[in-house]
Design a protein around this ligand. Structure first.
Ligand code: ZN
Length: 193
């Protein structure tokens, strides 16, 4: 994760969204590196994860990265989580959770979607505060507070989402009960008649 953080800092220094990614082979050697290059390449698909996975695939001479680990500073977005499925990457390790576009457990959980055959191991929250602080570094430049206030806001937003999602689950369950109970009553009523 240290190397991914360094790459994210390089991206930030170049005016990109601070995102860095590293690919490790089965033995733990670095075979791919990537940082966000969206602005520099005028390429909306130039996310750090895609760059790192492409480099790793070239290094191994195969698209199949099942024995590899992706390490990235921010939870992958839907595009990058989809790319992880396309490459069959074995493990995804990420730093900060992304309450806006996270697709490895926050908003969506694409790697563990039951419709997908390949299920990589997902480990989130590694050096989380450090990685979250990176994401908010641009705002910090214009603010008297240090990054901690943004980390607190970020974690609070995740916490509130958890509560909302729990409320939604309970509401859905109540709705299902409303739908199920009357039909059972009707069936029993018919049998009695
Ligand atoms: Zn992405």
């Amino acid at each position: 994760m240290g190397l991914a953080i360094e790459l994210a800092r390089e991206a930030a220094a170049e005016g990109e969204v601070p995102g860095g990614a590293v690919m490790l082979d089965a033995g733990g050697a670095v075979i791919g590196r990537g940082r966000n290059l969206r602005e520099a390449h005028a390429d909306p698909l130039a996310h750090a994860e895609v760059k790192a996975m492409t480099q790793a695939a070239r290094s191994l001479g195969t698209w199949n990265l099942a024995d590899c680990t992706l390490i990235v500073t921010l939870e992958p977005c839907p595009m990058c989580a989809g790319a992880c499925l396309q490459t069959h990457v074995g493990r995804i390790v990420f730093g900060a959770w992304d309450a806006k576009l996270g697709a490895c457990g926050s908003i969506w959980d694409i790697p563990r979607d039951p419709h997908v055959g390949h299920v990589p191991e997902v480990i989130g929250g590694v050096r989380e505060a450090e990685c979250a602080r990176l994401i908010f570094s641009l705002e910090n430049d214009n603010c008297d507070f240090n990054g901690n206030i943004y980390v607190i806001i970020f974690l609070a937003s995740l916490w509130s989402q958890e509560i909302l999602s729990d409320r939604k689950k309970h509401a859905r369950r109540r709705q299902q009960m409303k739908l199920v109970i009357p039909s059972k009553v009707t069936v029993q009523g018919n049998r009695n008649m």
